[in-house]
Design a protein around this ligand. Structure first.
Ligand code: UDP
Ligand code: MN
Length: 457
C-alpha cells in the first residue's frame, strides 16, 4: 500500500478495490432533495484533463458522471491526456471508453502543457452549450448537475461550482464538504477556504440551499456557459502546468461583470492530496510564481504589493508577455481590484484601506515583530529583522488592526501575551492605536483606559 501510494499520492490500493459505480451517500441538505428544475436546461460537455492519472480514479470519475447525470443533459465527456507516460492511458483507455453509453472522447496534448492549456484544448473540441470541468479523481453524487445548469440558464454570466466533498486520500471514504465555507486567498495568493460571512447568510435570508456568492473558486470543478467562457477570455494560455488560474478566472469573472457561485445543492467529491505526484518542468516554485505574477500584474492593481512584499523573491521571476491579457481587461472594461475588494470580498485578507505594509521594527534593537510561522492561537514573536518579507510582514489597516496575512494581533489580558487570532473586524481586543507623539509604539487601549504597547513587551 505504501509503495503504491507514491505513484499518485493517494491510496491507489484502496482505490483499486472500490467499484467504479460504487454507491455514495446523498449528502445534500434536505431542502435540496425536492427542488424542481426546468425541463429545458442547457446541455453540458464534461471536460476532464489528466496527467498520469490512475486508471481506477479516472474511470470512476467518468462512470459517476454518466451514471448520475440525466442523459438529456450530458452532451459528451472529453478526456484530455496531458502527455501522460502510462501505457494503460493510451489505446486501452480509448478502447475501454468506446463501449460507454455516452460519447467519451480521448484527445491528446502533443507535449506536456499543464492543466490550463489542456482544459483550453478540451473546451475548444467540445460542443455542449455548457462546459463543465472536473479533475480526473472526482465522483459526482446524485442530483449534482441540474442545480448547476439551472443557475446558468437563469443567467449565462453566472459561473458555478459544486460543493467539493472530500474523498479521503487514505481510505477513499466519502465525506460531505461544508456549505458554510467559501473561497478566498491569502497574501501569498494561496487559495483558502474561509467561513461564509454573515453578510452572505443575510443576503440569502439564512436559506443554506441558495447558492453562495464566492470571491474565488478552488479551480478544478466548475461549469460555465460556452459563449460566456469565450467572451471573458477563457484562460490565460501563458500560464503553465498548475496554479494561479483559479484566482485569475475568479478575479476576471467578478471584475468583468460576471458572478461566481457555489451551488450548495450540488455535491461532487474530489481526492485532495497532500503532495503533487507529477513533475513541474522548470521547477515548482518558478512555475507557480510565474502564474501568480501574471494574475497579479493583470488584475490586482496596486494590491499586488501584498504578494510582492511578503515574497520579495518572486519579483525576480520572469512572467512573460501579458499585453494580450491587459488589453482583454481594457476591452471588457473590467472594474478595478479595489472594487472587487470592496464589493465582493470585504472580509478579504488584503485590506481595502490600510496605513502601512511592511515590517514593525524596534529601531533600538533592530528586532522585528515576527509571526514565527506560528499558527492561529499562538503568540506573535520577535526576531532579528531580516528584510526578506515573509513572517515579518504586517499591515496596519484602516480598521486599526495589525494583520499578518490572515491573522490579527489580539490581546485579551492586560499583561499579554499578544496572540495571533482570526481577524474578527469587531475592534475590541484587535484595535491598535498608533500615536507617534506619545507612545512611539502600537498600543492597544483597554476599556479601563490602560495601554498595552507592543514593542515594550
Ligand atoms: N493536470 C494536467 N497537467 C498537469 C498538471 C495537472 O493535466 O501538468 C491535471 C491533473 O491530472 C488533474 C487536474 O489537472 O486532473 C488538476 O491537478 P491536481 O489534481 O494535481 O490539482 P489539485 O486538485 O491538487 O489542485
Ligand atoms: Mn485534483
Amino acid at each position: 500500500m505504501k509503495e503504491m501510494f507514491k505513484i499518485n499520492q493517494f491510496n491507489l490500493m484502496a482505490s483499486e478495490m472500490i467499484a467504479f459505480n460504487r454507491t455514495l451517500p446523498d449528502v445534500r441538505l434536505e431542502g435540496c432533495k425536492n427542488k424542481l428544475y426546468p425541463d429545458d436546461l442547457p446541455r453540458t460537455s464534461v471536460v476532464i484533463v489528466f496527467h498520469n492519472e490512475a486508471w481506477s480514479t479516472l474511470l470512476r470519475t467518468v462512470r459517476s458522471v454518466i451514471d448520475r447525470s440525466p442523459k438529456s443533459l450530458l452532451e459528451e465527456v472529453v478526456l484530455v491526456d496531458d502527455a501522460s507516460e502510462r501505457d494503460f492511458l493510451k489505446r486501452p483507455l480509448e478502447q475501454y471508453v468506446r463501449r460507454m453509453e455516452i460519447p467519451v472522447r480521448v484527445v491528446r496534448m502533443e507535449q506536456r502543457s499543464g492543466l490550463i492549456r489542456a482544459r483550453l484544448k478540451g473546451a475548444s473540441l467540445s460542443t455542449g452549450q455548457v462546459i463543465t470541468f472536473l479533475d480526473a479523481h472526482c465522483e459526482c453524487t446524485i442530483g449534482w448537475l441540474e442545480p448547476l445548469l439551472a443557475r446558468i440558464k437563469l443567467d449565462r454570466k453566472t459561473v458555478v461550482c459544486p460543493i467539493i466533498d472530500v474523498i479521503s486520500d487514505d481510505t477513499f471514504e466519502y465525506m460531505a464538504g461544508s456549505d458554510m465555507t467559501y473561497g478566498g486567498f491569502n497574501w501569498k495568493l494561496n487559495f483558502r477556504w474561509y467561513p461564509v460571512p454573515q453578510r452572505e447568510m443575510d443576503r440569502r435570508k439564512g436559506d443554506r440551499t441558495l447558492p453562495v456568492r464566492t470571491p474565488t473558486m478552488a479551480g478544478g470543478l466548475f461549469s460555465i456557459d460556452r459563449d460566456y467562457f469565450q467572451e471573458i477570455g477563457t484562460y490565460d494560455a501563458g500560464m503553465d502546468i498548475w496554479g494561479g488560474e483559479n484566482l485569475e478566472i475568479s478575479f476576471r469573472i467578478w471584475q468583468c461583470g460576471g458572478t461566481l457561485e457555489i451551488v450548495t445543492c450540488s455535491h461532487v467529491g474530489h481526492v485532495f492530496r497532500k503532495a503533487t505526484p507529477y513533475t513541474f518542468p522548470g521547477g515548482t516554485g518558478q512555475i507557480i510564481n510565474k502564474n501568480n505574477r501574471r494574475l497579479a500584474e493583470v488584475w490586482m492593481d496596486q494590491f499586488k504589493n501584498f504578494f510582492y512584499i511578503i515574497s520579495p523573491g518572486v519579483t525576480k521571476v520572469d512572467y512573460g508577455d501579458i499585453t494580450s491579457r491587459s488589453s482583454l481587461r481594457q476591452k471588457l472594461q473590467c472594474k478595478p481590484f479595489s472594487w472587487y475588494l470592496e464589493n465582493v470580498y470585504p472580509d478579504s485578507q488584503i485590506p481595502r484601506h490600510y496605513y502601512s505594509l511592511g515590517e514593525i521594527r524596534n529601531v533600538e534593537t533592530n528586532q522585528c515583530l515576527d509571526n514565527m510561522a506560528r499558527k492561529e492561537n499562538e503568540k506573535v514573536g520577535i526576531f532579528n529583522c531580516h528584510g526578506m518579507g515573509g513572517n515579518q510582514v504586517f499591515s496596519y489597516t484602516a480598521n486599526k488592526e495589525i494583520r499578518t496575512d490572515d491573522l490579527c494581533l489580539d490581546v485579551s489580558k492586560l499583561n499579554g501575551p499578544v496572540m495571533m487570532l482570526k481577524c474578527h473586524h469587531l475592534k475590541g481586543n484587535q484595535l491598535w492605536d498608533y500615536d507617534p507623539m506619545v507612545c512611539l509604539f502600537l498600543c492597544l487601549l483597554f476599556d479601563s483606559g490602560l495601554f498595552l504597547c507592543l514593542l515594550s513587551l
